[in-house]
Write a protein of this length. Structure first.
Length: 332
């Protein structure tokens, strides 16, 4: 129920924010969407694929032998399962894929964990980058406070990663403490076993984290900027003029608001409403339909796009797995 409650809260917040902006003329939104050309869709598709490729780099760096192609396949398939099925469906499909590729699932999930932590650090560093972009246009005090708060969270995540690299003692304490907490509700849990498993897990992560952290953070920052590029292009292709809403206005506001992607469905509803309110204040209420149309196009590519890719890669993997199993039986 928790994800459903969060989604309801997101859309309730979005409804309130949009209500403050003004009523949306959906007929004009449709007219703006009609300006999309085939060439524009091709450009957006290329930018979207670049985004997904950069998103797959960390897992490829953190899991030995995985490679970029399989990393992307694992990412988008897990994203699909995490969206349409309850937990731990995404973990189950990841582990199944790792096994089918002859990759140790523990190594694979260690890489997934590092991928997640690295992305969290980049997610909360994005507002600081947004401040740099907005410095060309003028920065508000609230944006500075939000960026500083997010940066502190990013620093905390990076410090945790540093402790993972350097300290067996920290990993042992973490595993032992978690085991004791869980043992209160599940008597079969042995905190000592959890402690040893956590130390082993730390060792597996530390090997790849030292060499993969900086390239992974750079790739994920590039992914976020590609996301901003898709959004900027979406707004331009539906008719939002650069004279009323500049690229720094678009990219800066998006990066400052990026931590809202922590909400379900990548912040669907609340993030869109915040961006709409910000940009209509800059461009004027008369540009609201075009801005809404641009947000719809951006969501179609960055939200629906990975789900479509995930469905395709899942079917492809199932077919390859079935073919490999038939080949093994024939050889036997």
């Amino acid at each position: 129920m928790r994800p459903l409650v969060l989604i309801v809260v997101s859309f309730a917040a979005a409804w309130i924010i949009v209500g403050l902006v003004g009523a949306i003329d959906w007929a004009q939104v449709g007219d703006a969407l009609g300006r999309l050309s085939v060439a524009a869709l091709v450009v957006l598709a290329v930018a979207f694929l670049a985004r997904q490729t950069l998103n797959a780099v960390p897992l490829a760096r953190f899991v030995p032998g995985l490679g970029l192609k399989r990393s992307m396949q694992n990412d988008v398939t897990a994203n699909l399962m995490g969206t349409v099925a309850p937990p731990p469906a995404d973990v189950v499909i990841r582990v199944s894929m790792f096994k089918s590729w002859q990759i140790n699932p523990v190594d694979g999930m260690a890489g997934v964990t590092l991928n997640m932590l690295t992305f969290y650090s980049v997610r909360f560093l994005a507002p600081a980058v947004g401040l740099l972009v907005l410095s060309f246009q003028g920065v508000e005090r609230g944006q500075v406070l939000a960026a500083m708060s997010s940066a502190l969270i990013a620093v905390a995540v990076l410090v945790s990663l540093a402790l993972i690299i350097r300290s067996d003692a920290f990993a042992a304490w973490l595993g032992r403490t978690a085991g004791r907490v869980v043992a209160r509700v599940c008597s079969t849990v042995d905190p000592q076993v959890w402690e040893m498993a956590t130390v082993d897990f730390r060792g597996r992560m530390a090997e790849t984290l030292r060499t993969g952290l900086l390239p992974s953070m750079a790739a994920l920052l590039g992914m976020v900027l590609c996301d901003a590029l898709v959004l900027t292009l979406s707004l331009r292709f539906v008719g939002v003029d650069a004279t009323v809403l500049t690229a720094p206005d678009i990219v800066g506001a998006f990066l400052v608001s990026y931590p809202l992607t922590l909400m379900p469905l990548v912040g669907l509803g609340v993030l869109d409403a915040v961006l709409l309110a910000t940009w209509t204040e800059i461009a004027g209420l008369e540009w609201e339909p075009e801005i809404v149309a641009g947000l719809i196009v951006w969501r179609a590519f960055t939200l629906l796009g990975p789900l479509i890719l995930g469905a395709g890669t899942l079917l492809l993997w199932r077919r390859q797995t079935a073919t490999s199993a038939e080949g093994s039986e024939a050889s036997a």
